[in-house]
Design a protein around this ligand. Structure first.
Ligand code: FES
Length: 99
């Protein structure tokens, strides 16, 4: 779905782990960009309905890219640069709505 239009051959690659799967990324990628290029679209689910969400704005505004990065939740994947050995997983939280 997404592909890189330009790749500087001088930029080194790093390996991150998304839910246990190794993903190669460029050292200049954000987590969201690396995952989109790798074919991962859902980065979190909504707390109330459990619907999947994907990165949308890619600039820190929409919060649809919230993920668990290196064990810490509520990280905006579009703002976090990848790093060698980083672990990433979808953020799947639920809340009970009382009406
Ligand atoms: S994609 Fe919108 S805040 Fe990250």
């Amino acid at each position: 779905m997404f592909k890189r239009h330009y790749s500087d051959p001088d930029v080194p690659t790093v390996t991150i782990r998304f839910e246990g799967e190794a993903i190669e990324a460029r050292a200049t990628d954000t987590v969201a960009a690396a995952l989109l290029i790798a074919g991962v679209t859902a980065t979190r689910t909504t707390p109330v309905t459990g619907q999947p969400r994907a990165p949308y704005c890619m600039m820190g505004v929409c919060f649809d890219c919230l993920m668990v990065i290196d064990g810490e939740g509520d990280r905006q994947a579009c703002l976090v640069p990848v790093a060698e050995g980083m672990t990433v997983s979808r953020q799947n939280r639920t809340i009970e709505v009382v009406r």
